[in-house]
Design a protein around this ligand. Sequence first.
Ligand SMILES: [Zn+2]
Length: 72
Amino acid sequence: MTGGKPGPLLDGGPGPGWWQQGRCWLGCDRRDLPVQWIGPVEVGVTRADMYACVDCLSRLRSLVAEETTGRP
Ligand SMILES: [Zn+2]
């Protein structure tokens, strides 16, 4: 794991709006369900793509809305 390409793959790979069958990374930890790419995550020097299911995405959307509205 040295350097490597930052960010998601482009054509035919994970990126904004990309859905695939897989595991939800956002708490429910279910597997083998449709999940959407939500961005790269970095832990130390390791980078991976994160995915979330519909349920967790709506929860995340509310959080984002809370964080981005009502702010000066
Ligand atoms: Zn989930």
